[in-house]
Design a protein around this ligand. Structure first.
Ligand code: ZN
Length: 393
């Protein structure tokens, strides 16, 4: 039988918190409706909560809408695309989730909190969000990124740089200086990488190009010195072009042509046909500065991440067993999430929630994974009394 329009009210995810209404709206649409109740910390000052919710909804729609599809297991097996709609309610009792608007900077103290005396009756899981948290990390952290401060994401950047350093000859040996020395040869008027040095340079390029696309590649600096500006420009440009042809991103390459004082040669001195070039892998702050829009780490929006908690989903960048030991509900939620994923047929791949910094929406990125649909799938099955299958993402 074809699906008919139906509202399933107050569905309760089983992982420990959250709640929503599910509105089956054939053909092709499932609306997840969440009633939000706001309180504002006095230190924040006057807030237009409707404006705030409008911006939050925009961020949520942008990141979450039409990424998840759920198909009915009953003929004619209609496939529903999932969209998310928040509504503001004026009484805590009518809310699926309470939210405290807090003072402070971007991403500072935002997140999921367990019940706290004096807040929302003392018995409600709740969110804290700041006025800047509808911005992307790139927008909200602009000053820090310019200064090369990676913040809580430091480990992601360090891991990638360490991986690249390990591709360099002499890594871990005494005197290793985060550099690769190569020779450029002049042949037929063209400066090119000495054939014997190409394997080492190729290995470095491959490591740089192997950086996940949601992060900037570790930055490198190409240095060569000469008394002739044109010569060192040509040589450093040619090394850069070689690296770009081997997958290295232009924004991650600095050229450092060093003009020396030796400008004039005796006429009888033969021109050198080789030139030493040093390629240095720069420190993490240089990598952070090259973070740009279009990369998941840059486009992550705090409030769109926190929205995932309204669906009953845990964090992936925190292992609650370590960081939330005060709350049995939170500690149990992550293993329970894995179990729920295992109940779907076929099993939904679980998320690596053990302090995992990556491109996932419930980590520090923007990607919606199939495991992020699991509480909706579970609630829809329970409420409708029939089977469903997650078909996207
Ligand atoms: Zn979170």
């Amino acid at each position: 039988m074809p699906l008919v329009q139906h509202l399933y009210a107050n569905c309760q995810p089983t992982l420990g918190w959250g709640g929503f209404d599910l509105f089956v709206d054939p053909p092709g649409r499932l609306e997840v409706r969440i009633n939000v109740y706001f309180e504002v910390e006095p230190a924040v000052g006057p807030v237009d909560l409707d404006d705030f919710l409008f911006d939050w909804q925009q961020a949520v729609s942008d990141k979450w809408d039409d990424k998840i599809r759920i198909r009915s297991n009953a003929p004619p097996n209609e496939d529903l695309s999932v969209v998310f709609r928040m509504r503001r309610v004026n009484a805590l009792g009518n809310a699926h989730f309470p939210v405290l608007i807090k003072a402070g900077g971007y991403a500072a103290g935002a997140g999921l909190y367990f019940p706290t005396p004096g807040l929302f009756g003392g018995n409600r899981m709740h969110l804290k969000l700041g006025m800047l948290d509808n911005l992307t990390w790139l927008q909200g952290s602009d000053a820090n990124i310019r200064a090369g401060v990676p913040g809580a994401r430091a480990l992601m950047f360090m891991d990638q740089r360490d991986r690249v350093l390990q591709s360099l000859p002499g890594h871990g040996m005494p005197g290793f200086a985060n550099t690769l020395d190569i020779t450029m040869n002049l042949n037929g008027g063209v400066w090119s990488v000495a054939p014997g040095d190409q394997p080492d340079l190729d290995a470095l390029c491959q490591a740089l190009a192997g950086t996940p696309p949601w992060l900037p590649q570790p930055a490198v600096k190409i240095s060569a010195s000469s008394g002739k500006q044109g010569k060192i420009d040509t040589i450093t440009n040619n090394v850069r072009n070689y690296m770009m042809l081997h997958g290295v991103n232009n924004v991650s390459i600095d050229r450092n042509p060093i003009l020396t004082g030796k400008r004039f040669r005796m006429p009888f001195t033969a021109h050198n046909t080789t030139k030493a070039v040093t390629i240095e892998v720069l420190p993490v702050p240089e990598m952070v500065k090259r973070t740009r829009a279009g990369q998941a780490v840059a486009d992550n929006v705090v409030s769109a991440h926190e929205f995932g908690h309204l669906l009953g989903l845990p964090d992936e960048y925190l292992n609650y067993g370590v960081h939330m030991a005060g709350s049995a509900i939170m500690v149990n939620s992550q293993p329970a999430w894995d179990l729920l994923c295992g109940q779907h047929v076929p099993a939904v791949p679980v998320r690596a929630w053990n302090d995992a910094y990556n491109d996932s929406m419930m980590s520090v990125g923007t990607t919606i994974y199939r495991a992020h649909a699991i509480t909706i799938w579970d609630c829809l099955g329970t409420a409708s009394g029939q089977g469903w299958t997650i078909t996207r993402p």
